[in-house]
Design a protein around this ligand. Sequence first.
Ligand code: FAD
Length: 602
Amino acid sequence: MTKINGSDAMLKVIYDWGIDHIYGFPGGSFDSSMNAIYDFRDKMKFIEVRHEEAGALAASSEYKVTGKLGVCFGSAGPGAAHLFNGLYDAKFDKTPMVAIVANVPTSRQDIDFFQAFDEDKWFLDASVWCASAKTPELIPVLTDEAIRQAYARKGPAVLIIPKDYGWQKIEDNFRVNKDAHPEPNYAAPTKTSVDEAVKLLKEAKNPTMYIGLGAKDAGDEVKEFAEKFKTPIMSSYLGKGIVEDKFPAYMGTIGRIGPKAAQEVQGATDLVVWVGNNSPFSVLWFPKDAKVIQIDVDPAKFGKRHSTDVSMLADAKKALRAIIDAGETRSESPLYKAAIADRENWDAWQDSFKNSDEMPVRPEPIWDVINKKADDNAIFAIDVGNVNVDSCRLLNLHDDQKWTTSGLHATMGYGAPAALMAATVYPDREVWQLAGDGGFAMMNQELLTMARYNMHVLNIIFTNETLGYIQAEQEDESNQPLSGVIIPDNDWAKVAEGMNVKGVTVRTKKEFEEAVDEFKKMDGPMLIDVKYTHEMPYSTELNSLDDPAFVKKYQAEDLKPFSYFAEKYGLEADAATGASQHEESEPEEDTAPDTVSGASQH
Ligand code: FAD
């Protein structure tokens, strides 16, 4: 029998699972595995990131965009500790990934050795599966197990390999059986649940849909459902893109980051068809007495965010299909008509700023260029902060475009790692990193990685000199003086040039358009530093269109309150408050900061 190094056996398993690249940064305790990476240099691409966190976030983002898990590594001690943020991103967003972590040699463990710590205990919470190889022979077996467990438990698996085991020769007799790994095949709904859903749908006055990431393979059914039953569609943020943004019945994301119409329509419904959606903020939305038909594949989710009347433990696509086939076509409800008109008013208002020449430049002119110029199969790697608000409201996703962000963990610095992942996996597609100056500062060193591998990534940095997402929270929610949010401007184009990336600073729509055109003609990465407005996006939380100061602040003279459309289309007064009863039951003292939960609504 041929003999093979333990670390080579580990890499062979990964390769045999069809994974041809790995993200990481070397360290002494990982020498045996770096030797294996060298041995596999013709088969597996090693993406040498400049911070282990970037490798972990790249691996976490990979499944979100491709449906296949990514692999990263870190050496013992600091290299391992740097992985945590990426692991938690994967754990929170239910993303399969594998992290290989080195440990010091077995003869040096548990004696306060250099860079040594109790890795098994540390990684237990950050992973869905964590094991340490107890013998060299176990390395390939556990590598295979890590991949299986990550897929099955939908999260990060961590495999710890002591340095000495990686060097030891073991028999090369482990064979991967990846074809035994089935695609998920979730159940169809029961007939009883379909009958109950159809009945509720028939009885409802103003039904709506609320979709989430669980509906990602059911875009056609979502649209057919909305057209047949005349339901306005709202989504979680991660549900954006399941139906194209221009679909008329799509109101957008509910919540602070979403547009006005979604926020208003949710408060006026009497039936929510709640599909594959576990948005944490949804506990705050929808009238308390609205009925809910909930579709999910996880029994733990039923009634978690809102009481449920019909629980359909079934795949989104199958459940929607069954209801569409069994239900009767409905005519447009007052809420449907009001919703469509409300969205049109919002769209027209946003569009009216597309050619604004205000300085510093407003978001609308810049996002207009992004929408016009991005390829139909572009991939957007979106960081965390106000860029989530702008992308949620202004990015018109269509065709085969994909996007990703750090959803529930919401970690700043996600954009650059996700962008380099996308450039690795899809070298022929256009990759756009969209980030604020706060988030980008956390992972800007990854420009070095993009330059080194000549990745065709367009990094757009929206410089507004504030941590805008938190600024708006301090202003609109806790009503406190701005504290710690203002950050100094700096020259990101110069930083990029210093890292061998073409860097351009722009201040106008025209300059931005020219810079994007230049990127499209060139090879490799580019950074555009957009000196952006310091004004905050329209506050859908406050949404006080009856307050002249609010209207003036947001230049919202052309926006109409929801009550206008409600009245126009005969929506009953009690349904047309534009606010959910959950919100009404919040403390009346609206100037008092939330000192009870220690957290804002976000
Ligand atoms: P997940 O949490 O992934 O839930 C998916 C659900 O679908 C699960 O219950 C799962 O069991 C189910 N499922 C999976 N497969 C199927 C299937 N085949 N059939 C049926 N069900 C299935 N989000 C908002 O909504 N509003 C906001 O205002 C908002 N603000 C944010 C601000 C920032 C700065 C950031 C970074 C994020 C924000 N988010 C917001 C995102 C938010 O934190 C969550 O990540 C997001 O709401 C979760 O979306 P989801 O429930 O669709 O996805």
